[in-house]
Design a protein around this ligand. Sequence first.
Ligand code: NAD
Length: 526
Amino acid sequence: MKQLALSMLRTPSRVAGAGVGVRSLATKAGGTTKLFINGEFVESQASEWIDVRNPATQEVVTRVPRSTQKELDEAAHSAELAFKSWRRTSILTRQRKMLDLQHAIRGNMDRLAHSIVAEQGKVLGDARGDVLRGLQVVESMAGITEYLLGHKLEVSADMDTYTVREPLGVVAGICPFNFPAMIPLWMFPVALATGNTCLLKPSERDPGAAMMLAELCRDVGIPDGVLNVVHGSHETVDFLTGDPRVRAVSFVGGDKAGKHIYERATSHGKRCQANLGAKNHAVVLADADRDHAINAIVGAAFGAAGQRCMALSVAVFVGEAGDWIPEIVERARRLRVDGGLEEGADLGPMISPQALQRASELIQSAADEGATVLLDGRGVQVPKYPNGNFLGPTVIDGATSAMQCYQQEIFGPVLTCVRVASLDEALALVNSNRYGNGASVFTQSGSSARRFQSEVEAGQVGINVPIPVPLPMFSFTGNKGSFLGDTNFYGRAGVSFYTQLKTVTSHWRRQAGVAEGAAVHMPTHT
Ligand code: NAD
């Protein structure tokens, strides 16, 4: 039955337009994006809709509803009801669902990746990476039996204490635009595998991949109501962070929304984990492998048009390493800016004209404040896509920490270069930055690398590695201004976030019936 559902998924008769490049029931091309409530894709009764535009062409791909309060209430009700039985489902069944889901996602990789290109703009290979990095979280959840193992100890004669990890109930996930598959997959598979039910809100700018994932959940037999997808922006977020049925909120996105969501969710008594913005530094020492360091920086600064929370947006050149900047400019210049489906494209458009405008203004501010724009991507020509939100790779040299281009998260293909005299100065710069998502060092000196690793105040450290996002046997460990909360996404931390630890102490006396009298002192079990 399951096999049938999966193979049918790939045929147009089962899911309208499920082939590569064609949209599914959940989001029809030029049509509307449905809600996914209680196992069904339903048309919203919303009076307000948000256009999703292809960032390379401005064509309207779909329209996303601002869910009505009634729809949100129905979704929460469905998740609340489903929790009663889903939490009782055996762990082996939930593990099996994760295995089935990973198989389904793998089989629909191209379809998901094409949806990401159409709505988010990234190039096809990178869109596959977006799906793959999320898929790895699903794969890790096939090991949920191991993650949920507890402890047990005989603490006194005939008395045992053991731990049980229990699901919380209904949890919510609120997603950003830049990883339309990976970030939903950081959230709901961990929530579901641990026995929770979930209300997922994809970004209103690119919900297509999340809808396909919901469809795959339905087709592998994840019960109705266990995953629901709702849409909208602020009002939907305020519902998810305020409704008493929601026990925990996972958020990934920008600082403004994140602070609001963290404060609102926690003030309503919910757990909250919130990954926010970033300004990731690469410190380059003159003893580094020159070619490797330059390629790593160029790839990590301009890949995904710089719209990654772990993009390297600041390169700090120590001493003579500054002489490598012209080569960085040359390699950046050679990158091909084009539509995401074009052969050989290295970077696609930015998400919106507003994002392009903001990045362009920050480039201008760098020039106005005294930095040198060595490579200026503004006005880049992409003949086949004259209406796209394209910004070519941009390299700013001679920046200081006081400049806007350094202070602000640009979230575009812009590399800000700072020159310093020593590793001490580089560390002081990185550590004084308000963000702490990631930082990398490029060097061939073990002692410099070790010193960097132990003194740098960033949550994810790369040593000769440009984007050190940990695989899901670890957790995503941003810190400082890049994270609010205390329990990170995915891995063991993710399992902790979505579960409540219970300790049970049981006493099964061998000599039942022997009267002992009431003990009024604190039991010490000795
Ligand atoms: P965003 O904050 O604009 O939107 C994220 C989500 O919050 C969306 O679902 C949106 O509907 C909602 N939202 C936006 N403004 C809101 C408000 N004022 N009140 C309530 N809800 C609101 O973020 P984005 O532009 O979609 O994503 C880019 C940002 O996400 C960047 O800052 C990037 O660094 C960050 N990000 C961080 C990580 C990480 O792991 N640290 C990962 C990916 C993206």
